[in-house]
Ligand binder design. Structure first.
Ligand code: ADP
Ligand code: MG
Length: 333
């Protein structure tokens, strides 16, 4: 499958790197040597720690070229990686882009991809510091993002304690709803365009992550990339605790009445749908009274509690408790 019809067959690696550099922000504060040498030279601010993450975004695994606009592919590749920086509470600073492209995607498709990525980079305050460009039969992008944080302030998965309250930002299930519309071939209908926004253009919660780190109020944190049921399992495992989630408290996706015929359950989408890139974090109970309802315009909701017993339990809408199995995204399942 190859719908990049805009191929420029004779394009050199240097020309491609030139185009990447022209379209993405590639100069700025702290970047002593950027694109053009063998490696980048970054100047850390005095006494801060680097927070570094890497993330692959692969055609036919994470996106389909027939369905995902090139702009969305570029934007989302960077947003996904940057969400891990948000989940540590760090500021986003630099990124590295390793790009594999078929010949046929080196023209207009690449320009759109870079435009989407440039939008993300400016939004998140990121500068491109380097990367690698190579030919490949499918579009593959690997993003390395470098963040910065004051020493010891990074919020880890390991700090949740029994009695802590479990909180989530924004709303859960919106990205999964977008995916389900694509699977049902409804994404081409203009009326549902809004419902696809979170799937195509997710928003890493950088400001909230930094706020939580600055106020030292979160004991643990993760971004919901795989889905609440799976990501909460990651916090519980790392912190050696359990949790109870109160289903009626979860801010779930709103499904328009016209789509009720699809039989989608908002709670199921919220529990097991991936790619919302919200922040899931724990706070000591005594802090919860001082917790604002919103940070940087994003609502915060208490949805459960950390327990000593190492099981993850869902208190359902029917008032019954049952184990919450991790049923989120897992590429090997
Ligand atoms: P080398 O052969 O020494 O690895 P390259 O020719 O691969 O060097 O890269 C030359 C320069 O261009 C390096 O600074 C590298 O970081 C940068 N570069 C290559 N591809 C990309 C890309 N996709 N995005 C950003 N910078 C890139
Ligand atoms: Mg190289």
């Amino acid at each position: 499958m190859d719908n990049c019809t805009d191929g420029q067959t004779m394009v050199s690696e240097d020309q491609l790197i030139e185009r990447v550099m022209r379209r993405l922000p590639s100069e700025g504060d702290g970047l002593r040597v950027g694109i053009g040498d063998d490696a980048a030279v970054l100047r850390p601010r005095g006494g801060t720690e680097w927070v570094v993450t890497t993330d692959a975004f692969l055609e036919n695994v994470h996106f389909l070229r027939k369905i995902h606009p090139a702009k969305a592919v570029g934007y989302k590749a960077l947003a996904r990686a940057t969400s891990d920086i948000a989940a540590m509470g760090a500021r986003a600073r630099y990124f590295f882009l390793t790009l594999g492209l078929p010949d046929s995607c080196t023209g207009a498709w690449l320009d759109d991809f870079l435009d989407g990525m440039a939008r993300a980079a400016r939004r998140f305050g990121l500068i491109l510091a380097g990367g690698d460009t190579t030919k490949y039969p499918a579009v593959v992008a690997s993003l390395t993002v470098v963040g910065e944080i004051d020493p010891g302030r990074a919020i880890l998965r390991t700090g949740a304690r029994p009695g802590d309250l479990l909180c989530v930002s924004g709303r859960l299930g919106d990205a999964e709803l977008g995916l389900r519309l694509i699977q049902r071939k409804l994404h081409k209908q203009r009326r549902w365009a809004k419902l696809l926004k979170k799937h195509f253009y997710p928003e890493p919660r950088l400001a909230l992550g930094q706020w939580l780190a600055a106020h030292r109020c979160a004991t643990s944190m993760i971004d919901t990339s795989d889905g609440l049921s799976t990501d909460l399992g990651h916090i519980c495992k790392a912190s050696e605790v359990g949790a109870i989630v109160w289903a009626p408290k979860i801010p779930v996706v709103k499904i328009p009445p016209e789509l009720e015929r699809l039989g989608l359950d908002p709670l199921e989408l919220a529990l097991n749908g991936g790619e919302d890139y919200e922040l899931l974090f724990t706070v000591p109970r005594k802090f919860s009274r001082r917790m604002p309802r919103k940070v940087a315009g994003i609502p915060l909701t208490v949805i459960g509690e950390i327990t000593r017993e190492k099981r993850v339990i869902l208190l359902g809408p029917d008032g019954r408790c049952k184990p919450l199995q991790p049923k989120g995204w897992d590429p090997f399942r």
